[in-house]
Design a protein. Structure first.
Length: 256
């Protein structure tokens, strides 16, 4: 188990070294604020309905950066292993010093595998995710004086996240527990429509959280997002304040 964790850390270190080695010539530092909700709602002993919404704003919530809505289904294969599939609806807005031309909508289908395990007080989670992305294409109509939707671009992407939670005031994660949460996630573009930026993003996150019970916790954290543009020359270094809430429902109506 420890060997697997070391391998995962080694992969993330190599990827982060690759990010630095790319050394984009134009990097802008920016500040954003993300408000997040996530829930896994129990349908029976094997199945869960997965829901998520991110309200992503620039600066201290002044303007839109992105809206992301997600829905999916989770299936518990064996203890600690969950398969998941679903869809995202993403709307991106012009923001910052390297803005896109106009509002852009993306529809994404995805498949994921979660592997969770415990090492003493630490709760680890590995997430492997494949995405099939359909991104709107836009062109400027000079006669109309506006941007027009002209079709979609298809892209594939792979994501890997390693996260860990550590309880602070109790020996394990239980009700009424303060905890530290941290994760690192890489985004790797694939396919013929991929730009020069094989590595698209790297996100490093840490937060302080409070678990009220097994179905409800709140988190306040910071994320550093390195976002490399398609030309592999331009990049954003986004410093992001994160507010997160997890609230799960049980539709089986079983008493604890």
């Amino acid at each position: 188990m420890k060997k697997n964790i070391l391998v995962a850390f080694a992969i993330l270190l190599l990827v982060n070294a690759k990010v630095l080695a790319q050394s984009p010539r134009i990097t802008n530092n920016q500040t954003n604020t993300w408000y997040m909700y996530m829930g896994n709602h129990k349908l029976n002993d094997k199945w869960e309905l997965h829901t998520l919404y991110h309200f992503r704003r620039t600066d201290i919530g002044q303007d839109w950066q992105q809206s992301l809505a997600r829905i999916g289904l989770n299936y518990h294969l064996v203890p600690g292993v969950v398969a998941s599939a679903g869809a995202d609806w993403v709307v991106s807005y012009p923001y910052g010093k390297q803005p896109i031309a106009c509002n852009t909508t993306e529809y994404t289908a995805w498949e994921a595998l979660f592997y969770r395990h415990q090492v003493v007080r630490l709760s680890f989670m590995h997430r492997y995710r494949l995405e099939q992305r359909f991104i709107e294409k836009d062109s400027y109509d000079s006669a109309a004086g506006e941007w027009q939707k002209t079709g979609t671009t298809y892209k594939d992407r792979f994501r890997y996240m390693l996260s860990v939670d550590m309880p602070l005031n109790n020996p394990k994660m239980q009700d009424k527990t303060w905890f530290i949460s941290a994760n690192d996630e890489i985004f790797i573009g694939m396919g013929k429509n991929q730009g020069k930026n094989l590595l698209e993003q790297n996100r490093i996150y840490t937060a302080l959280g409070y678990r009220f019970n097994k179905d409800f916790n709140l988190q306040l954290g910071y994320m550093n997002q390195k976002l490399i543009k398609a030309d592999a020359i331009h990049a954003e270094n986004n410093h992001t304040l994160m507010f997160g809430a997890v609230y799960n429902l049980d539709f089986t109506h079983k008493k604890a």
